[in-house]
Design a binder for this molecule. Structure first.
Ligand SMILES: [Zn+2]
Length: 192
């Protein structure tokens, strides 16, 4: 069974945020390295579009979170938390946020994208050229790097696909080189 079918089975074939049954698709909750059933939710096109385009947000649509924030699935709670954080200046989302309880680990996941923080509070990752890096970006190494704790050297020019950002340190990202997850310093990569 594919991921889409598994999500449909879990949700009863409705959007896990607003319960719409129209244009359902997979939304991989960033950072994308989580992936899979536990790291994904089933969403309708309306929800997905607004999640991915903050400037198209229709606050009233998100009153649906009143119900879905109580989901038993962590990935759903994480997205609910992020959307409520994004909308908190509307008032009612802030009240719902205050009622939400997330385990520490889940709260850290929810915070990983910096949602709801002002730009000055966000940890911004930049590559060697100052270009902003985001979870899921592809980068290229611009010098040979020794991999900590192994004899491996990641060669200059190596492509690293779908990086994830260290949410506590703007100098570090993670990615797979030769099938091994390694920590890479942002100043030695270039976004590709
Ligand atoms: Zn929806």
């Amino acid at each position: 069974m594919g991921l889409l079918d598994e999500l449909k089975e879990r949700s009863g074939s409705v959007c896990e945020l607003c319960a719409s049954d129209l244009s359902l698709e997979i939304y991989e909750v960033p950072p994308v390295s989580t992936g899979g059933l536990d790291g994904s939710i089933l969403v309708c096109a309306t929800c997905k579009n607004q999640i991915e385009n903050a400037d198209t947000m229709n606050a009233n649509h998100w009153r649906c979170l009143n119900d879905s924030m109580w989901s038993e699935h962590e990935a759903v709670k994480v997205v609910a938390w992020r959307m409520l954080s994004r909308l908190k200046n509307e008032g009612w989302p802030k009240d719902l946020l205050d009622m939400m309880y997330l385990e520490d680990e889940v709260l850290n996941w929810a915070k990983a994208t910096g949602e709801g923080l002002s730009d000055s509070e966000k940890i911004i990752h930049r590559d060697a050229n100052g270009v902003i890096l985001e979870n899921g970006d592809n980068v290229v190494l611009i010098k040979d790097l020794k991999v900590k704790g192994s004899s491996m050297v990641a060669k200059q020019g190596t492509a690293v696909r779908r990086i994830s950002l260290d949410r506590e340190n703007a100098e570090y990202i993670e990615g797979k080189v030769d099938g091994q997850q390694i920590v890479i310093i942002t100043k030695y990569v270039k976004k590709s």
